[in-house]
Write a protein that binds this ligand. Structure first.
Ligand SMILES: [Zn+2]
Length: 222
């Protein structure tokens, strides 16, 4: 297998990375320079859920598997991009919205939810993204899906301002089944070829609840 095209689905991590309300912003500091030490190096401060990242079950479940305990197969494989664009702010993506792709959903399939909300990245409207309805999330899990990618901060409604949020149903559905959720994807509109292969391996951070990824979609040939 070779990749004939690779679409970068990841956000840069650094000054200006938009974080979940209340989360700490990343900070990069010069740790060494060629002038002094003979090489450039950077000290990196960030939480485990900064930028494009994967959640492990332990993020929401104290007894759930930690990142290190998840099979790496969750982070690589055939993907289907579900078109959920055109939804109003803070509206649910329902099972009915997903049903046109039902034949593709099954064990090993990675579902990428394209809401189009990455267009609002680095604005307040980014927090007002559509969210995956809990029943729809549980339906995907019932069909065997264990990896969900979203072009929003969260598959669940994000609490912000006068909006209290709507709970964590989609997180609990996927993480409760030993799956993972990859958040803050971008450029899903550029995945315009059939049968994309998704790859988003997290760095091997010992924290256990999640870690940044480099998410890509690949067009492949034999
Ligand atoms: Zn997260």
């Amino acid at each position: 297998m070779r990749a004939t095209r690779i679409v970068d689905l990841s956000r840069p991590v650094g000054a200006g990375t938009q974080v979940f309300p209340g989360d700490r912003e990343p900070r990069l500091e010069v740790a060494a320079t060629t002038a002094v030490e003979g090489f450039n190096s950077t000290e990196v401060h960030l939480t485990s859920h900064t930028g494009t990242h994967a959640d492990a079950p332990y993020h929401f479940l104290d007894e759930g598997p930690r990142l290190e305990e998840l099979p790496l197969e969750l982070f690589f494989g055939r993907a289907v991009v579900v078109d959920a664009t055109g939804k109003p702010d803070r509206s649910p993506v329902t099972r009915a919205d997903l049903e046109p792709w039902e034949a593709e959903f099954g064990p090993g399939m990675i579902v990428l939810l394209h809401t189009g909300w990455s267009a609002y990245y680095r604005t307040e409207r980014y927090f007002d993204h559509p969210y995956l309805d809990g029943a729809a999330a549980r339906w995907l899990v019932e069909l065997g899906v264990r990896t969900l990618g979203v072009d929003t901060l969260s598959p669940d409604e994000t609490p912000y301002g006068r909006h209290p949020g709507g709970g964590w149903d989609a997180h609990h559905a996927f993480l409760g089944a030993g799956g993972t959720i990859v958040e803050n994807l971008c450029a899903l509109d550029e995945v315009d070829f059939p049968d994309p292969v998704f790859s988003a391996f997290p760095i091997r951070l010992s924290a256990g609840d999640g870690a940044p990824v480099r998410a890509v979609a690949m067009r492949t040939a034999d």
